[in-house]
Ligand binder design. Structure first.
Ligand code: E4P
Length: 215
């Protein structure tokens, strides 16, 4: 399973990029809005420079024509831009238009298997089921990821699944176990993946023992 970072914060992206384990970035309007005073296109230019892999940028129009227009502008920023399209009827109309132009898409705000199937049939490159937000309303987000992965495989659909709305390290492990192609994770959760108390204790003991030997 590949790891993407779910943020528009350049400091977080710059730090995470150093480890060589992040292969893409996803943003959304809420994440971009947190970067006060920064221009949307400028932020994307910098992110695409830091991360050579896919960088998702979301459109805000509500019509297929509007989305298409926005998407072609965003796609011109750099060739690793992926256009995030909301899972609406207009959005699904727009996906094949972009696919025809060779523009990659990530269909977002997916909460059901049927929505994922529609996105895949429209030719989406990626589909993003929102795990945490499903859990929030008493559904099982990871089960949806499992179902989508299985059904896309069963019908030879090449759309890749991005487990999104990840809230904690357990979500990352579960997404990997059910075969999600990608998990997009907030920076805070990314840092948590490194940690285990036994690693910290083990290291402390090795250092203490080594110092004792030198005395
Ligand atoms: C996905 O691409 C979205 O940006 C993101 O995962 C949404 O997560 P949230 O539910 O924590 O806002």
């Amino acid at each position: 399973m590949e790891l993407f970072l779910d943020t528009a914060n350049l400091t977080e992206i710059r730090d995470a990029a150093q480890y060589g384990v992040i292969s893409g970035v996803t943003t959304n309007p809420s994440l971009i809005a947190q970067e006060k005073g920064r221009d949307f296109h400028e932020i994307l230019q910098e992110i695409t420079q830091l991360i050579p892999g896919p960088v998702s940028a979301e459109v805000l129009s509500t019509t297929a024509a509007g989305m298409y227009q926005e998407a072609t502008k965003l796609a011109g920023i750099r060739d690793n831009i992926v256009i995030k399209i909301p899972m609406t009827r207009e959005g699904i109309k727009c996906v094949p238009l972009l696919a025809k132009e060779g523009i990659k898409t990530n269909v977002t705000l997916v909460f059901s298997l049927n929505q994922a199937l529609l996105a895949a049939r429209a030719g989406a490159t990626y589909v993003s089921p929102f795990v945490g937000r499903l859990d929030d309303v008493g559904h099982d987000g990871i089960s949806l990821v499992r179902e989508i992965v299985e059904v896309l495989r069963l019908h030879n659909l090449s759309t890749k699944v991005i487990a999104a709305s990840i809230r904690h390290p357990m979500h990352v492990m579960e997404a990997a176990r059910v075969g999600s192609h990608i998990a997009t994770i907030p920076y805070k959760v990314f840092l948590q993946l490194f940690e285990h108390p036994m690693t910290a204790l083990g290291l402390e003991k090795f250092q203490k023992d080594w110092e004792a030997k030198l005395k």
